[in-house]
Design a binder for this molecule. Structure first.
Ligand code: TYC
Length: 116
């Protein structure tokens, strides 16, 4: 059996980066942190029309018609419900859009962000 060529030194687990400085290998573990997620809550009120909430759940939160209707009714009965879960910046933009769309029509619909 011929000698196999010398193997390169072990670099450690994938995701790690090996830096060599002056002959010393320094392991930098790459932290692949999942970004924190936030719930967008919709709150019930007595004045916003059901059809408006359903349309908003379809357009802004990408629900199908059946799911949007069920979710609107759940919020109507329970007082609040989760419209979607997003990274913080997206969640805050959704809340601002809900408030803008509702205010444009004079409805008091409120939304908020809550840590998952
Ligand atoms: N309660 C409202 C009505 O009876 C409907 C509604 C549902 C309003 C969900 C807000 O987040 C809401 N017209």
């Amino acid at each position: 059996m011929p000698d196999s060529p010398p193997k390169p030194p072990e670099d450690g687990p994938p995701g790690g980066k090996t830096r060599r400085e002056g002959g010393v290998a320094t392991e930098e573990r790459q932290k692949t942190k999942r970004p924190e997620r936030f719930k967008v809550l919709l709150f019930n009120d007595d004045y916003t029309p059901m059809e408006f909430v359903v349309a908003l759940l379809e357009q802004l939160f990408k629900k199908g018609p059946a799911e949007a209707t069920q979710l609107m009714l759940q919020i109507h009965k329970a007082g609040k419900g989760i419209a979607g879960v997003y990274v913080l910046e997206v969640a805050e933009t959704k809340v601002a859009t809900v408030h803008r769309m509702a205010e444009e029509r004079g409805y008091p619909l409120r939304a908020g962000v809550e840590s998952e």
